[in-house]
Design a protein around this ligand. Structure first.
Ligand code: ATP
Length: 353
């Protein structure tokens, strides 16, 4: 059975027409890292604040470890939920040492036990040598590790992290993603991380909940999300993609698009002649002199280890020409206005709607 159950959680702010969070439901297993991912204003922070207990839901329930912290009739106060929170700005006490910051949340323990736990946490976040420093002497990344250690110290059921990478320099971000995920995994923590950045979510999460306009669009592992987006929004929000309109053939076996006809596609569930949308990732289009499809190159964007080729595909005459993006190896020699031939394997095409 899942460790955390969120069921139809809803938040309506007074004066707003649409709910900020609209009947979202998902589950989290023990020790799982889940990311709430979506664009600004999609409701992810509001959802996190309702789980933390800083915002009262307008409806729905939250269960943690088989106990309701939000039921239809009752709401457990934030401090009694056993939930740790890491805020975007870290919110460390500036006048307290690192050790005292970590000790702050430890209640009902003997002093010797508290010191032991603080030392465990310092070791976990690899800040043993910084115990007596005040936070302002630490780097942003180190301060964040202190904030995580402080949140984990009382052994919460779940730890919530609000945009943990937003104040970190781009050059340090990759290391921080690795640090955070390895700290959470070492502590066997169950965690929810809010982010608007797909790369953050991919790097740290076991499971991603994609949100838009207060609703859940898809809940999947990072790999599934990228490979099989459930709708156009997810396909475009999670990485780059080519979206092609298509029409199912009369015999229902293939799909005609402006680029060409694709057959042997998995998941053609729609009836003959219905309109569908296909998603094809740029790296799944292979340039090849003998390719089945062709187009004229409009623009090339050099990317160091690969190149993006923007082209207009020529194919099915009854449909409008389509811009396509191909991610090609840097060794592939091509110029703007030249013809390029390419292949797309049916297994790399996702029929989304
Ligand atoms: P961001 O990444 O920009 O923080 P978000 O996805 O976390 O965005 P929320 O902050 O949860 O989104 O906001 C969701 C919606 O709820 C927005 O339309 C926002 O304006 C609205 N909202 C959030 N807090 C309040 C509030 N206290 N009162 C009224 N409306 C609010």
């Amino acid at each position: 059975m899942s460790f955390i159950h969120i069921n139809n959680l809803t938040k309506r702010f007074e004066g707003n027409l649409a709910p900020a969070v609209d009947q979202i439901s998902f589950s989290i297993n023990k020790g799982e890292i889940v990311s709430l991912l979506g664009p600004s204003g999609c409701g992810k922070t509001t959802a996190l604040r309702m789980i933390a207990g800083f915002e009262n839901p307008s409806g729905g329930t939250i269960q943690v470890d088989q106990r309701y912290i939000v039921s239809e009739s009752d709401v457990t106060p934030a401090e009694k939920r056993g939930i740790g929170m890491v805020f975007q700005e870290h919110a460390l006490f500036p006048h307290m040492t690192v050790a005292k910051n970590i000790m702050f949340g430890l209640k009902n323990m003997r002093r010797s036990q508290k010191i032991k736990r603080v030392n465990e946490m310092l070791e976990l976040v690899e800040l043993e040598d910084y115990a007596d420093m005040i936070p302002s002497r630490l780097s942003g990344g180190q301060q964040q590790r202190v904030a995580i250690a402080r949140a984990l110290a009382p052994k919460p059921h779940v730890i919530l992290l609000d945009e943990p990478f937003s104040n970190i320099d781009a050059s340090l971000r990759e290391k921080m993603r690795f640090d955070i995920s390895s700290i959470l995994k070492k502590a066997n923590a169950t965690a929810i991380i809010v982010t608007h950045d797909q790369k953050d979510a991919f790097a740290v999460a076991d499971k991603i909940v994609v949100m838009k306009d207060g609703t859940i669009q898809q809940v999947s592992t990072p790999k599934e999300l990228y490979r099989c987006p459930s709708n156009c929004f997810v396909a475009q929000f999670v990485g780059k993609t080519n979206l092609l309109q298509g029409v199912v053939s009369k015999d229902g076996q293939s799909i005609n698009t402006s680029v060409g006809t694709f057959d042997q596609l998995e998941g053609i569930l729609q009836p003959a002649l219905s309109k569908v949308m296909l998603s094809i990732r740029p790296e799944n289009i292979a340039v090849s002199e003998t390719g089945r499809y062709s187009g004229c190159v409009d623009r090339i964007v050099y990317g160091g280890d690969s190149q993006e080729i923007h082209l207009t595909a020529e194919g099915h005459s009854s449909l409008a020409p389509t811009p396509l993006l191909i991610n090609a190896p840097i060794s592939f020699d091509i110029e703007v206005n030249e013809q390029v031939r390419f292949d797309i394997s049916s297994k790399d095409i996702t029929v989304i709607e």
